[in-house]
Design a binder for this molecule. Structure first.
Ligand code: SAH
Length: 266
């Protein structure tokens, strides 16, 4: 990249643990001249790699036009400008709202992915979101809040797939959530995972519930915004019977990195 072409890097900071940022993201922070970070969600500790003279600004109280203006002004200083976002920037990150005006202003953009909180939550609880013969599909969704959800994606319809469902931005709707899944044919005893502040050192809470107890447990734990809810037929597979082996590791299955055993013995 030419030092003269103004550019803004949208960097996924990961779910909270500062070690869960990518090497590329950390290197960009390490040479940043300006960082606009979502202070409400991103661990401040991700800023520890920023140079001493880096201008770090919390976007929490800023409006979209103020953020655009700030990013343009910093990019015009010819420094490395980073927009640091929680998790992965492609999920509920208002990415395009910022990308469009920047590109209209002649500023290049590039995105560095991050570990989404959906994956951090699954990892913390040692859960898989796909399991052979159980489900091979994952839905990332939310219940409508201030941002509406298109009618074709209403949770009642999605729940009927009986696959893994990761719910962002929905902890305040646990009551509705249970009702929708039960109405879609899930058992009241179906397991639900809630992970609050997944991966945040010393602050993470893993709560296991069922569709029936979900609301009461969420209330009792006083869970706030930073909670991932996962409803999936794969939950707790670790404690169940051994699952059917994935075809990838089956002895008779050859692939690019491993010939089938018959070939091996020839
Ligand atoms: N881009 C982010 C999501 C931003 S929307 C990502 O990829 O994770 C904010 C929502 O993400 C929160 O309401 C919560 O549901 C979830 N979230 C973000 N960080 C979290 C964390 N550390 N633990 C659990 N949920 C989290």
């Amino acid at each position: 990249m030419s030092a003269l072409s103004p550019k803004v890097w949208f960097v996924g900071a990961g779910p909270g643990d500062p070690e869960l940022i990518t090497v590329k993201g950390r290197d960009l922070i390490g040479r940043a001249g300006a960082i606009l970070y979502t202070g409400s969600l991103v661990a401040h500790s991700a800023l520890q790699w920023a140079p001493k003279d880096c201008v770090c600004c919390d976007s929490k109280a800023m409006t979209q036009p103020q953020m655009v203006q700030w990013l343009i002004a910093q990019a015009q200083r010819q420094v490395t400008v980073v927009r640091l976002q929680t998790g992965d920037p492609s999920l509920y990150g208002a990415l395009i709202e910022l990308v469009q005006p920047l590109e209209h202003a002649g500023i290049a953009v590039e995105v560095v992915p991050g570990v989404s909180s959906a994956f951090a939550a699954a990892a913390s609880a040692v859960e898989t979101l796909t399991l052979p013969e159980i489900t091979q599909t994952v839905i990332f969704t939310r219940l409508a809040g201030r941002t509406p959800v298109p009618p074709t994606e209403h949770l009642a319809a999605l729940a009927r797939h009986h696959c893994s469902v990761c719910l962002f931005l929905s902890v305040q709707f646990t009551d509705t959530l249970s009702q929708i899944f039960i109405a879609a044919g899930w058992a009241e005893t179906a397991p639900v995972l809630m992970v609050h502040k997944a991966s945040w050192p010393g602050e993470e809470r893993i709560i296991r519930a069922t569709l029936k107890t979900l609301h009461a447990q969420a209330q009792a734990a006083q869970l706030s915004g930073q909670t991932m809810i996962i409803i999936s037929p794969t939950l707790s597979a670790r404690h169940g019977p051994p699952p059917p082996l994935s075809r990838l590791y089956a002895a008779d299955f050859a692939h690019g990195f491993r010939p089938a055993p018959t070939t091996l013995h020839e």
